[in-house]
Design a protein around this ligand. Structure first.
Ligand SMILES: O=C(O)CCC(=O)C(=O)O
Ligand SMILES: [Fe+2]
Length: 287
């Protein structure tokens, strides 16, 4: 198959089928010129209750080449897009479908409802089960997978200004880490997978676009001495970075995150915000 001309300018470059896990095979990272031109989104940023740096403001430049769709171009530039009150009457599934291909992860379809819960009410394999309503530390989702889902979409069903989703650009964090240290940093899932510990790179620069960064202090562990050094260095650089804070406060507020580049976390949830409901979907592509 020949790549569409749009592809070269887009965030999403084709991947070799040998790079894909079986579930990803057949998933094409192709944006057609027509599909790009059809979508005109007015997207901009707004930061509610930010303590750290303000998110960049992305405006929709209508004179922009149709192959630089505003969402793709913002995702490429900043690693995330915030769409305030985006199609509030639509289901999250329909919104995700209009943007790309949603991936089913676990049981029960592609939409996961996230509600603050006490630790005891959630499985210990989830952040809610470990942290409850406390702060979720910065992480990438499903970091223990060989190929974590590329994009994460979070959508507000019931939200509060007082609860923030925090973002850090991992591409900036790794700029401060020696290339050799980073390339030697091997990690592994905390538990065996089919009896073995698969070896994974903390940062795999061979992957399309900017490479694949994974970070999770719970679900992945250093797999060697070089892994320990790389993880320690990453932790130090991360501690010097200031997160961007976005509140998913109004119905339809939508945050799309490049999960191979950005780390995300959550502030604590005060008791007054315990009715917070966020829907989460994973996407393999955004077009
Ligand atoms: O609730 C949030 O704002 C973020 C939750 C989160 O980390 C996740 O869905 O993976
Ligand atoms: Fe997460």
């Amino acid at each position: 198959m020949t790549a569409s001309p749009c592809l070269t300018a887009s965030l999403l470059s084709p991947v070799r089928s040998s790079d894909l896990s079986p579930v990803r095979k057949g998933c094409l990272y192709v944006l057609t010129r027509r599909a790009c031109a059809r979508r005109v989104f007015s997207c901009y940023h707004e930061c509610r209750g930010s303590n750290g740096p303000l998110p960049e403001v992305a405006t929709c430049d209508r004179s922009m080449s149709p192959n630089l769709h505003p969402i793709c171009s913002q995702l490429h530039r900043a690693g995330y897009v915030f769409l305030p009150s985006h199609l509030p009457g639509e289901s999250s599934e329909a919104v995700a479908r209009s943007m790309g291909a949603a991936v089913c992860v676990g049981k029960g379809g592609s939409v996961h409802q996230l509600k603050p819960k006490p630790e005891s009410d959630a499985p210990s394999t989830t952040y809610s089960g470990i942290y409850g309503s406390n702060i979720f530390p910065l992480h990438t989702d499903l970091a223990h997978w060989r190929f974590p889902p590329r994009f994460l979409l979070l959508r507000c069903v019931a939200g509060y200004d007082a609860v923030a989703t925090l973002l850090i650009d991992g591409a900036q964090v790794i700029e401060n880490i020696d290339h050799v240290v980073l390339s030697r940093a091997l990690v592994r899932p905390r538990r065996r997978v089919e009896g073995i510990f698969p070896l994974l790179r903390l940062y795999d620069r061979q992957q399309p676009d900017r490479g694949l960064l994974r970070w999770d202090e719970v679900f992945i562990r250093p797999a060697s001495r070089a892994g320990e050094i790389g993880v320690q260095k990453f932790r130090e650089c991360l501690a010097r970075s200031s997160p961007i804070s976005v509140s998913l406060a109004k119905q339809g507020d939508t945050l799309i995150i490049d999960n191979w580049r950005m780390l995300h976390g959550r502030s604590s949830v005060p008791p007054a915000c315990s009715a917070r409901v966020i829907e989460r979907l994973y996407l393999e592509k955004v077009s």
